[in-house]
Design a protein around this ligand. Structure first.
Ligand code: SF4
Ligand code: SF4
Length: 243
């Protein structure tokens, strides 16, 4: 069962990205990673994304009836967070002689210049930030991606979502507690809650202050002190390296 692998340090989670909403890709990823034995699939908390992931998991189990459905986890934030953003620009402002470095660097081919479409396709952008510094005229900006937790309550009650990750930041104790209260009707239904934030001074005290705000308490809890956000995946990456 999913949580036994967590206890034996063999937990294996697919992160689709809190801002990534390309439904065919989500479905394919969910299918492949279910067959590969993933324990959990983490995604944007919108009903279409959840349905696409569920379709992929069901297709995997149809292909291999020994496959086990992973936990379906959705991610939220309790305030501004780089995981929850998308890039935008007005293509009308692009100089005609621009060599389009934005288009070349985008890992999801979200930036298009064609007869049909010019600009960033929102579903494909996960806010990684690669394109932002490359624009010679600095017209690429980001906008916050806002999700409403109440939108997934039905999915939790019907168990199509059974885990939540909350992204917070140091010194947001009050905001975290307020967000937890919004989730409180569904906390007892969740198999797992993960709390993710960057490393900080006074980490232990900060963790304790967050626990004080966790009423009702979760059935299982992961502290995910990554040190840097996945959407800042430029440079050394999200995993700390040992010297
Ligand atoms: S932020 Fe990243 S994913 Fe979004 S358009 Fe720019 S390079 Fe592509
Ligand atoms: S780099 Fe900037 S100016 Fe050039 S095509 Fe991209 S958005 Fe337009």
């Amino acid at each position: 069962m999913e949580l036994e692998t967590l206890r034996s340090h063999q937990w294996f989670k697919l992160i689709c990205g809190a801002s990534y909403q390309h439904l065919p890709a989500i479905r394919h990823l969910a299918l492949i990673y279910t067959l590969a034995g993933a324990d959990c699939i983490d995604m944007a908390p919108d009903p279409a994304t959840i349905a696409a992931a569920r379709a992929g998991i069901a297709a995997a189990i149809k292909l291999d009836n020994t496959a086990i459905a992973p936990l379906v986890m959705v991610s939220f934030n309790d305030g501004e967070d780089p995981h929850f953003r998308k890039a935008v620009f007005d293509p009308e402002l692009c100089p005609t002689d621009c060599s389009r470095p934005c288009e070349k660097v985008c890992p999801t081919t979200a930036i298009k210049f064609s007869n049909d479409y010019n600009g960033i396709m929102p579903d494909l952008c996960y806010g990684c930030g690669r394109c932002l510094p490359l624009c010679p005229v600095q017209i690429i900006h980001t906008r916050e991606q806002i999700y409403v937790p109440e939108d997934i309550f039905d999915a939790v009650l019907h168990q199509s979502v059974n885990a939540i990750e909350i992204h917070t930041q140091p010194h947001r104790t009050k905001e975290f507690a307020a967000f937890w209260q919004r989730l409180s009707p569904i906390i007892p239904q969740l198999k797992l809650v993960a709390v993710s934030f960057p490393d900080c001074e006074g980490l232990r005290e900060y963790l304790m202050s967050l626990i004080d705000g966790m009423q009702p308490q979760p059935r299982s809890l992961i502290w995910q002190t990554d040190g840097r956000p996945m959407s800042g995946d430029i440079g050394d990456g999200a995993t700390a390296k040992l010297p």
